[in-house]
Ligand binder design. Structure first.
Ligand code: KG4
Ligand code: ZN
Length: 373
């Protein structure tokens, strides 16, 4: 039986300050996320110095809100789990330092969690909460603004504890898929972040209108991804179609007036632009789905977990579900709320490590490039 340990998760690796309380590794009692999107929007991407400053401002109220919503006191906690990497070093430092101080002040155990392991647990947490148990080993695609990476995920159990282990089987050689969404959205003046609006506008275009061709991997790992080519292809397409420039300018001005989102920007987008958006999304989605399923088959794995900000994409979900069903794979996604960065996934990953007896000490340092193994 799962012990009902109460874990506080703290996440500050990029641009969300997040805290959550999770019971028994599966029951989310609170999940508070303070997004910094409004702060970074005018720069079109995350500005590390601003992110650190904002984490410092938000961390204490966010943790307080997480305990209040969970209706618990800090003293009720069994452990504190904190993201120690990978991510922006100045941002990670805020969460790690706060986690250490809190653990010390409350005399509670501290557990260090890899952010990528958190994304894997976002899927497992919700599947378990819904009474489903993904069969492990599995392939996990983590696809976000910072990462596009494939892991084989294994679990060994003994004495009620589970040890998870991860081996990297592929990943992007250049841009992350979410980064490609954000850069293409920027070229087209669709606002920041690009993923959610491209997702909505793509539904109004013809995905077969512009042919991008699939990305060839000439040598090296066949399970790698590359998204810089498609980003450049969109750029060249816009250069060849200079008549689209006035509508890009019109959207730029609308954004400057604070008019954002699909409802405001769709009337300013021609069918040609909507076709380009739909074709871009179709190419990215087909690439993600086919490479992930090919990698899973090559490793003899039938379960596929998909997590990270881009996992919120409706076409990606639909395509994965259809293809997986046709080809005999079982695919699991987190809800949209747990696809993007959050602390419930950190608490869930921390729970497994806590039960397995892992502890971090006051010497814990964040690491920007922390590998997952
Ligand atoms: O996981 P996340 O919140 O942060 C990290 O990058 O770690 O992911 C954010 C990324 C952004 O690039 C954003 O454009 C993308 O996820 N994204 C989406 C969607 N929602 C967020 N991409 C495609 N479709 C979406 N619905
Ligand atoms: Zn993330």
């Amino acid at each position: 039986m799962q012990s009902e340990y109460l874990i506080l998760g703290i996440e500050s690796s990029c641009d969300e300050t997040a805290a959550a309380v999770v019971a028994g590794g599966v029951r989310v009692l609170s999940n508070v996320v303070a997004s910094q999107i409004d702060i970074h929007r005018k720069y079109g991407g995350v500005v590390p110095e601003l992110a650190s400053r904002e984490h410092l401002r938000r961390i204490v109220p966010v943790v307080r809100e997480a305990t209040e919503q969970a209706k618990i006191e800090l003293r009720d906690l069994d452990a504190i789990a904190v993201t120690s990497g990978p991510g922006l070093i100045g941002a990670l430092l805020v969460g790690v330092t706060y986690g250490k101080v809190l653990a010390q002040a409350l005399s509670k155990p501290l557990v260090a969690v890899n952010h990528l392991e958190g994304h894997v647990h976002a899927v497992l947490l919700e599947a378990h909460a819904a009474g489903r148990s993904p069969q492990l080993p599995a392939v996990c695609l983590i696809v976000s603004g910072g990462h596009t990476i494939l892991y084989a995920v294994r679990a060994d159990s003994s004495n009620g504890a589970q040890w998870f282990s991860y081996s990297r089987i592929g990943g992007t050689r250049d841009d992350a898929a979410g980064e490609a969404y954000d850069k293409v959205a920027r070229m087209l003046a669709l606002g920041y972040p690009g993923g959610p609006i491209v997702d909505k506008l793509a539904a109004y275009g013809n995905p077969r209108a512009v042919r991008f061709g699939s990305t060839k991997m000439s040598s090296g790992n066949p399970h790698d991804f590359s998204f810089s080519g498609i980003k450049t292809a969109v750029l060249y397409h816009l250069r060849r179609n200079a008549h689209l420039e006035p509508e890009i300018e019109a959207r730029r001005q609308a954004l400057a007036r604070g008019e954002r989102g699909a409802d405001q920007l769709r009337p300013l987008s021609s069918s040609e632009t909507l076709d380009l958006i739909a074709s871009f999304q179709r190419a990215v989605v087909e690439d993600l789905v086919s490479r992930t399923l090919t990698a899973a088959a090559a490793h003899g794995l039938r379960t596929v977990l998909v997590s990270g900000g881009v996992a919120a994409n409706s076409e990606l979900r639909r395509t994965f579900e259809t293809e997986a069903a046709q080809r005999g794979f079982e695919v699991f996604f987190p809800s949209r709320a747990l696809s993007t960065d959050n602390a419930a996934m950190i608490a869930a990953a921390g729970h497994a490590r806590f039960v397995a007896g892992e502890r971090a000490d006051m010497l814990l340092d964040p690491s920007a490039n922390l590998p997952l193994s």
